[in-house]
Each structure stands twice: as structure tokens, then as C-alpha cells.
Design a protein around this ligand. Sequence first.
Ligand SMILES: Cc1cc2nc3c(=O)[nH]c(=O)nc-3n(C[C@H](O)[C@H](O)[C@H](O)COP(=O)(O)OP(=O)(O)OC[C@H]3O[C@@H](n4cnc5c(N)ncnc54)[C@H](O)[C@@H]3O)c2cc1C
Length: 385
Amino acid sequence: MKIRVIGGGPAGLFYAYLMKRDDPSHDIVVYERDPENATYGWGVVFSDVALNFVRDIAPEVYDAMTHNQVVFDEMAVVHQATHVTLAHNTFHRMARIDLLKALHQQCRKVGVSIEFDSKVEDVAQLGECDLVVAADGANSAIRTKYKEFFEPELDVRPNMLAWYGTTQLFQALSLIFRQNEDGLVISHTYQFSPTHSTFLVEVDPETFRKAGLDRMSEAESLAYCEKVFADDLKGHKLLSNKSNWFQYTIVKNKRWHYKNIVLLGDALRTGHPSVGSGTRLALQDSIALYEAFKMCGADVPSMLAKFVEIRQPGSDSLQKAAIKSTEWYEHLGPKLHLDPISFAYDYVTRSGRVDHAEVRKRDPELAAAYEKLHPEVLETVGAAK
Ligand SMILES: Cc1cc2nc3c(=O)[nH]c(=O)nc-3n(C[C@H](O)[C@H](O)[C@H](O)COP(=O)(O)OP(=O)(O)OC[C@H]3O[C@@H](n4cnc5c(N)ncnc54)[C@H](O)[C@@H]3O)c2cc1C
């Protein structure tokens, strides 16, 4: 097959790799807008489950991806300056640039051609081909060009985010909630390499305006955040990498393909950084599109229909959880009076999919601490077992 992939992020690269590994006679080119070593942002985080998908289908990619990873088991919620540790939250963390480099290396090994500094905004630029994979990220130009067919729904969330780094090493993946005279400022932070942590800051629109962040330069915003999180950073600086404020857009598409063009990864559907699932979703899309090919062969209409059939249920369910999580962070006002244990418990149960019995299984210490404060919860698990 002649396949052209627009976008050299995790979705496009992994799909190109799987197809070319399967059959070297496929003619596959990936077009990437940016230069080879460009990366914006810092680290990415995956749950154990997320990486198992990769290990099952491509152990060699798993090995390359995880070569420079760090893995820790802890998570912490910091509220009212108190750390509450949440047990059994194993996360693999790695630099986004390392992840991309590993995928570049694996793609080249099997003969995928990657053209950097190559922006594609219209499929007409690509000439005749069997399949066009639009893996060009959350602001996909291809999706926009054919929006009448894909019918995207773009839900721009109200909170403002900035993706910083720091040399303070947060071994526990930490959610830090700091209140000041302006309101509430949140950090999602985790160590992703021997030397650095990702430090994503989230601010609601009211706090953002009151703090004057809407009028500050990038350097002033960074200094403001350093001050808010001074006790957590312990003298370390925040580091910027084009770390401007942005609003997260939850992307959905009514249709996933049009003619021989298919959307993949963030172009198709986004999760939310608070559940750290964007890259996982992207890699699972790549696997599903590859599996659809294995089931249907080069019959493109059947292959694309099969892709939707096998991928949509899992994708919708993860996105639903991501939206719930997003909303939790957007409506924290009435919860800020909660003591640190009750607040951490509220976080753990925010998706609505985890009840008290499940908390007891996953994190008996948190469950016991919560039961002490709220004995009535025992009734929900069938008296005091
Ligand atoms: C603040 C923040 C934190 C995040 N944290 C995490 C996390 O911890 N864990 C996690 O799993 N995910 C995280 N994500 C999400 C993750 O980055 C994405 O979900 C994931 O990278 C999606 O992969 P993708 O290949 O679909 O898109 P992208 O990674 O966005 O890749 C798309 C590629 O297409 C290229 N491109 C765009 N337009 C064109 C064009 N016209 N022509 C050619 N190339 C083009 C871009 O340069 C880019 O390289 C985070 C996202 C944000 C914004």
C-alpha cells in the first residue's frame, strides 16, 4: 500500500512502524512539520496498563521507549499543605523527546521515511495514495479542511494551563493545590528523568484574571508560579520551553474517516493532561488501525469501517473518564474546605467509577483514614466489614 502519514507524533510514527514492520513492501512516508529535535513540553506519563499494549504488539518498541524511563509507585495529593499518599499508582515516566527519538529509530530500522520540516495542509500535496493518515495533532489542519465531513466538536475548557519543567524531583506523581489571595493554583507534577520533573500548572479563569496572569509576560507568569509553589519547589526554578498559557480543547469527531483519509490520535480525539492518557490513546489508535488492516487487507473502506468498530468503544469510554476528571478540576471551589484526607478521597472517587469497596481494595490506608472521619461510608459496603 502507498500510505502517507501527516504528523510525526506518537500516533503517526507508531502506525507507520507497525505497517512497515508487517510488510516492507508498503510505501510509507511520514511528514512532520517541525525539525527533528524539536519538542515542546517536557515529560509524559503512562500507567502500567497503557504500556502493556505496546509491549504485547511490539516488544522492541517497548524496550526502546522505556530505555530512559523512570518508574515510581507513589502518588500524592497536597491540600492545605498536607501530603496524602495514595498507594499503588505505578507510572512510567519519560521525556517526550526520548519517546519520539525511540519511535524515529524504530521507524528507520524498518524503512519508514520521515520527512521533517514538511508541513502538509492539504492532501492534494501528497499525490495519489491508498491511505492518508491525518495524525497532525489536536489542531489538525486536515480535520479543519474537511470539517463538513468529519464534523468535529471542539470543546475549549475554561481553565488555563502552562507546561513547565523543573529540576526539583517529584518522585511521587503529585497534585498540589495551593490557595492564595487570588484563588486556587494547581500543579500536576512528576519526575520523568534522573534530572527533571514536568510541572504543569492549572488555574481557573477567575484566579487567572485576579492574579493578573492575563496581562503578564511568560517570564512574569513563571515567576508568579514559582512564588505560589515555593514550598514545593524548595529553591528549584521553574523552566520554560515555550510554556505559554493555553486552554485545553476536548476534541471529538462525528465521523472518523472521509474517502481514504482517516484521523488518528489527538486529531481524532483528545483526553486531558489530568489523566495523562493522550499518548496512550494515540498509541492504541495506531494499534487498532493496524489490526483493522490485518483483518481487512488493503480494502480501504472495509478497513476504515473496521477501525471504527474496534476502536470507538474503548476510545469513547476513556474520553468520558477524561471529561469527568477535567470537570473535577474546574469545580473545586465547594471542596476546598475539605480536610486533606476527604479531599484526596474525593479525588480518587471523582470519575464515579470507583466506590468505597474499590478504594478499600486499592488503598486500604486511605479507606481506613476516610472511614474514621466518615463512618457512615461503611453502610455503602454492607455494614462494618
Ligand atoms: C500540557 C499537556 C500535557 C500532556 N501530558 C501528557 C502526559 O503526561 N501523558 C500523555 O500520555 N499525554 C500527555 N499529553 C497529551 C499528548 O501530548 C498527546 O495526546 C499525544 O502526543 C498525542 O499524540 P499525536 O501523535 O496524536 O499528536 P501530537 O503528539 O500532537 O503529534 C502531532 C504531530 O503532528 C505535527 N503536525 C501538526 N500539523 C502538521 C502539519 N500540518 N503537517 C505536518 N505535521 C504536522 C506536529 O508537529 C506533531 O509533531 C499532554 C498534552 C498536553 C497539551
